[in-house]
Ligand binder design. Sequence first.
Ligand code: KIV
Ligand code: ZN
Length: 518
Amino acid sequence: MEKEKVFIFDTTLRDGEQAPGFSMTKEEKVRMALQLEKLGVDIIEAGFAAASIGDFEAINEVAKVVKNSTICSLARALENDIEKAGKALEPAERKRIHTFIATSPIHMKYKLKMSPDEVLERAVKAVKFARKFTDDVEFSAEDAFRSDRDFLFKIFEAVIDAGAKTINVPDTVGYAIPEEFGQLIEDIKNNVPNIDKAIISVHCHNDLGLAVANSLSAIKKGARQVHATVNGIGERAGNAAMEEVVMALKVRHDYFNEVYTTINTKEIYPSSRLLCQITGSFVQPNKAIVGDNAFAHEAGIHQHGVLAHRETYEIMRPEDIGLEIKSGSNLVLGKHSGRHAFKTKVEELGYNLSDEQIEKLFVKFKDLADKKKQVFNEDIEALVLDELSTNQKLAQLSYFHVLTGNTVIPTATVKLKVEEVETSPYTVLGGGPIDCTLKALGKALNIEDRFKLKEFNVRAITYGKDAIGEAKLTIDFEGYEVVGKGWSIDIVEASIKAFLNAYSKYVSLTKKNISESI
Ligand code: KIV
Ligand code: ZN
């Protein structure tokens, strides 16, 4: 029997990005998309072009730079949405329009206020219209799992006749149980007469923790495309985690012997890490495949077993997902290291920087190596990330002073450079050192009463009392919740950098003009 390919449709930049706290700027989407291309995903859903100018521009930019994956935009079954998707995708070498409409009774009645006949007509029209922009059109029947089966078969048959090459079966609310979901795929195969002209795809949400199981069950019954996200991010409890689906197919190739993917699994861990760094949200330690503990053997009996024979407790090797165990704790460079060693290390960590950036960073590295006894991979990564986010900052820190103690009134002064223009120094008294620093930043940026600090975290990213501190701030700027990160040996400075990072993201995201949520 010849093996069939399961296409990986990555929706990290659309469904994933849609979740609160996961919004990404255009530059961040481009960085992530290039990593997804390296990972070898077949299709990158880069956004929803009609949702906002920001989304449109991000899709357009991703379409310009990514060469090996198909670039896709989501579009409601409306001409305006489809036209925007088509325009945003113009530069792509391979493009797909993914149009959708809800088909379940509850969605049709209460959300769309449309009859099934109207929905079917709209779906067919949308697919035909999308075909004017590309031959590669995917149709999703939103909330397919809760839809009437006969209606679902009918609409799939009609959209395939209209030119859809992929029909997607979403479990939009994460309600399905694996056996039932697999059965639905089998029923679609048996009841949609022209199904041989399309690929069956699935899109599973994780509300009951079953998104991956449902996707695998669907593959077993004939689905040949899976929608997934890195780290399983997505609306509510998220989508099927790409790394879990891919590794299940690989590790259990004996069971899934009829299929394969073309994912470069060694890029799984770097992709997961990059997403964490961009969004500021880390995966839980026990997360399958990419969690910190996924390859850690704590119990003595397990350690003994692994040392005697690795396969006693390990079903896959860390190297298979691109994880070099303990690489994070290696002492990598010292103050005598030269430019070349530094550049090589930056590249080893997965960053491709310009000579100018390397030069700037090398100076910072020397400065850090003078202050710190030991320089770890994480320190270098923090320098790189700081440089990358500094490039995107509208405002730079010129200087700050903070006075604090238990017998003085905490006082902070900050001076910024906003779009290359120096502000006056602003001083604020009262609260704690972070409180008055953030208030001073608010004054300097003229956004004093327009933001609220929702979450504040500081952690040491390496070991020892001279470790670099990473500050992660979640800030609500007039209803936009944005996460910013900053790094420094000084945690107040790290917090200022994180604030400025979040502020720049907010300014970039306010280009958004979402009129209707989906
Ligand atoms: O969950 C869902 O149904 C979706 C569709 C737009 C595919 O995200
Ligand atoms: Zn979804």
